[in-house]
Design a protein around this ligand. Structure first.
Ligand SMILES: Cc1cc2nc3c(=O)[nH]c(=O)nc-3n(C[C@H](O)[C@H](O)[C@H](O)COP(=O)(O)OP(=O)(O)OC[C@H]3O[C@@H](n4cnc5c(N)ncnc54)[C@H](O)[C@@H]3O)c2cc1C
Ligand code: FES
Length: 339
């Protein structure tokens, strides 16, 4: 049996939560096991969301992580990634956010049914799931996601809600169709309408933090949580959106974006296509070509394929945007992992 250590988590040097952490588990997982959802996104050392300061204690070596999330020099200064840290002694870790941002992890499971599947682009489907009337509707924050299990194919995947929580039982998802995808391939083959699903969550910290003049950058179905956030913004918000797809035939939700301009009159939306046909008259190139003018005082919300996010993040950091102004949701391949 693995050794177990006491880990004191403090928040802005003040409020404190004590957890136990085994030598063979990371701090985020241990906290989750004990009902505390610390700020974290990727849980694999690439997003930097879980950074904290090691006030006291030891560990042997952080689990593999990206230098973009934590450099060796930062680690020498005591910064750690909680999702990559397994203790070898009792620890004290301080996080640079208030304790009220720590969520309570509750095993919220619901049953539901796929009540609509609409092809909205060559490679994208909008699915509507209705949860069981005998269970309370889900409550979530725009930007969060659920783990959806499709028993017909025995696959569980993470998908972000594109609609806003209104107390109802309908959930809207925008899903990229991969012909050989266990989950999305079943949708692509038109076999999913009417099928039962199990849903668990909500999860995720890709939620709007209320900054003035936010900028949203979405690649492909990365638009789903961004749409949910945009749909919930106050009308006076001066927001910018850069939405990109590889080809015009992969664009979707353009009508929604047009109607959002009515409710958000100060929304500046750029839709860009990487490989346009001759008939395309809009912006061209990857989303990273449309970040200018980069303003380090604005908050940036990036969602979509991991490579797109890393490229955008590098550009923003190089232009002087502080790391804590950049919020990311990487659509990592979820495979059959459970949170
Ligand atoms: C927090 C989070 C939220 C997410 N939200 C969404 C969402 O709102 N909409 C959405 O479409 N996806 C989303 N994803 C991704 C989603 O969970 C699945 O990983 C994805 O749909 C593939 O599942 P699948 O069963 O169809 O394919 P799999 O059977 O898992 O994979 C099939 C093949 O496709 C490859 N592959 C997997 N993902 C991709 C990809 N994105 N592009 C190209 N090839 C790929 C695999 O390597 C494999 O070869 C999210 C992921 C995370 C972590
Ligand atoms: S959650 Fe730890 S680096 Fe992403």
């Amino acid at each position: 049996m693995s050794a177990e250590y006491k880990v004191a988590l403090t928040f802005e040097g003040a409020d404190r939560i004590d957890i136990a952490c085994r030598a063979d588990e990371d701090v985020i997982t241990a906290a989750l096991r004990q009902g505390h959802l610390l700020l974290s996104d990727c849980r694999e050392g690439s997003c930097a969301t879980c950074r904290g300061f090691l006030v006291d204690g030891d560990y042997d070596q952080l689990l593999p992580h990206s230098p973009h999330a934590l450099t060796d020099a930062e680690e020498e200064d005591g910064i750690v990634l909680a999702c990559r840290l397994r203790p070898s002694s009792d620890l004290v870790i301080d996080f640079d956010y208030p304790a009220d941002r720590v969520g309570r992890y509750e095993d919220g499971t619901r049953n539901g049914q796929i009540v609509a599947v609409d092809r909205v682009a060559d490679t994208v489907a909008r699915i509507t799931v209705r949860t069981n009337a005998a269970q309370d509707p889900f409550q979530w924050e725009p930007g969060q996601y659920l783990q959806i299990t499709l028993p017909a194919v025995g696959a569980t995947r993470a998908y972000s809600m594109a609609n806003t929580p209104d107390g109802g039982r309908e959930l809207e998802f925008l899903i990229k169709l991969l012909a050989d995808g266990r989950f999305s391939g079943h949708l692509a083959a038109d076999k999913a309408l009417g099928e039962p699903v199990r849903l668990r969550g909500p999860y995720g910290q890709f939620v709007f933090r209320g900054e003035p003049r936010p900028v949203f950058v979405a690649g492909g179905t990365g638009l789903a949580p961004v749409l949910a956030i945009l749909r919930s913004l106050a009308p006076a918000t001066e927001a910018r959106l850069v939405f990109g797809a590889a080809q015009e035939s992969e664009l979707f939700a353009l009508d929604e974006l047009r109607s959002l301009r009515q409710t958000l009159p100060h929304l500046d939306a750029v839709v860009t296509v990487e490989r346009p046909t001759e008939s395309w008259s809009g912006a061209t190139g990857p989303v990273t070509d449309h970040l200018d003018p980069i303003d380090p005082t604005r908050a940036y919300y990036l969602c979509g394929p991991p490579a797109m996010i890393s490229a955008a993040e590098l550009r923003l950091l190089a232009a002087g945007v502080p790391r804590d102004h950049i919020h990311t949701e990487r659509f990592l391949e979820t495979g059959d992992q459970q949170p």
